[in-house]
Design a protein around this ligand. Structure first.
Ligand code: ZN
Length: 382
């Protein structure tokens, strides 16, 4: 972290919530948890409990959901004190560092100590997370604070990985945040994704694919699933490698797959020979014209998504549906929003969540039901 990375708060509204909520673990505390989700909230130590000082100025409550979850490290000592007392202490320390920079409060919404204790950072963040509809404007990622919620992880991870205790809590908190706010798993990013910084450290950044995979699995299973920190991602290839950007000159098995999909959709490129030449270029452009998108001959997420979606009929799908239409839906979501769904033909909670994310991102009613409008968008490459 450094001062220039943070954006000064420009608009301030008085935070209505004066009372600070205690830990989210209390039974019945999450009255508005979405019905499709089953992840219980982690225990989060409130600002009142760790002894935060009041914010220096009024904080802004944003009446929309964040679309990114940004992971930071504090660039602080890698202490071996894993106690809850040490967690309270580092939270107070971070707040004082941020006050010293002239900020209104701790810059980040949440923190996790080396010992795996989750803490509220900026006042009001717990209550907002419970609501799932708003968040407190933070100061942790330059120019992107209005769309990103942040977690500061205690320690310094340029060469060392975080302790397993910290990582396990991170999986739980990140899963809960993605659930509450509908943040796509692919949008769990390190600070360096947005800013010119090494944060959250090379070793930690290399472990983020494992985090995304664990969060994805946890959301699908409805319970928290934690791998060893930094263990390699599962054998299932990532949607990114399944659906790379392709253009003329590309070769290989993925081009063969593209050619077969084009043929199946009535736009034969000639031979399925794994070489993206003029025949494939013509077929891609014809397909793009057919779906009404820009015929640039470049195969990106939209074209991939439309190719996959067009294997399905317009049958209405919802949680509990199964079969080939669901497989086509899962492939299309993997292509267009990197949903990281297993293509199993079962419309479960993970697929439901991905559909709602997609609908929300396209301005459709996010009811999780795939009807004519959602199919129309997917099949049209939108
Ligand atoms: Zn950072």
């Amino acid at each position: 972290m450094s001062a220039h990375e943070y954006t000064r708060l420009t608009r301030r509204t008085l935070l209505k919530a004066s009372a600070v909520i205690g830990g989210l673990g209390a039974a019945g505390a999450v009255a508005q948890a979405p019905a499709f989700a089953a992840i219980a909230p982690p225990s989060i130590i409130s600002t009142a409990t760790w002894g935060a000082k009041p914010a220096k100025r009024a904080l802004t409550t944003l009446k929309h959901r964040p679309t990114y979850l940004v992971i930071h490290h504090m660039d602080s000592a890698n202490t071996s004190d894993f106690s809850v007392g040490a967690a309270h202490s580092i939270a107070r320390q971070v707040q004082s560092w941020h006050f010293a920079r002239g900020w209104a409060d701790s810059g980040q919404q949440f923190s996790i100590s080396r010992g795996g204790h989750a803490l509220e950072g900026r006042h009001g963040s717990l209550r907002a997370l419970q609501s799932g509809t708003s968040f407190i404007l933070g100061a942790h990622v330059a120019n992107n604070n209005s769309k990103a919620v942040g977690i500061e992880c205690e320690g310094r991870y340029g060469t060392e990985l975080p302790p397993q205790k910290l990582y396990a809590t991170l999986v739980h908190l990140a899963t809960y945040i993605c659930q509450q706010y509908g943040i796509p798993v692919a949008n769990i990013v390190p600070h360096r994704h947005f800013s010119d910084t090494s944060c959250c450290g090379d070793a930690f950044v290399a472990a983020l694919p494992t985090l995304r995979s664990d969060v994805s699995k946890s959301l699908a299973a409805g319970r928290v699933i934690v791998s060893p920190v930094g263990s390699t991602t599962p054998p299932q290839p990532t949607p990114t490698s399944n659906y790379p950007l392709l253009k003329k000159g590309a070769t290989g098995a993925v081009v063969t797959r593209l050619q077969k999909l084009l043929t199946a959709r009535g736009h034969s490129p000639g031979a399925a020979d794994g070489v993206f030449g003029d025949g494939t270029l013509g077929a891609v452009k014809a397909f793009q014209r057919a779906i009404g998108t820009e015929a640039d001959g470049v195969v990106g997420p939209k074209t991939w998504g439309a190719l996959e979606a067009r294997a399905a009929s317009n049958a209405t799908l919802k949680q509990g549906s199964s079969g080939n239409n669901v497989r086509a839906l899962q492939k299309a979501l993997n292509a267009v929003i990197t949903a990281n769904l297993a293509v199993d033909g079962q419309f479960g909670p993970g697929t439901h969540s991905a559909v709602r994310n997609y609908q929300r991102s396209r301005g459709l009613t996010d009811d999780g039901i795939v009807g004519a409008k959602t199919w129309g968008a997917l099949k049209g490459g939108r």
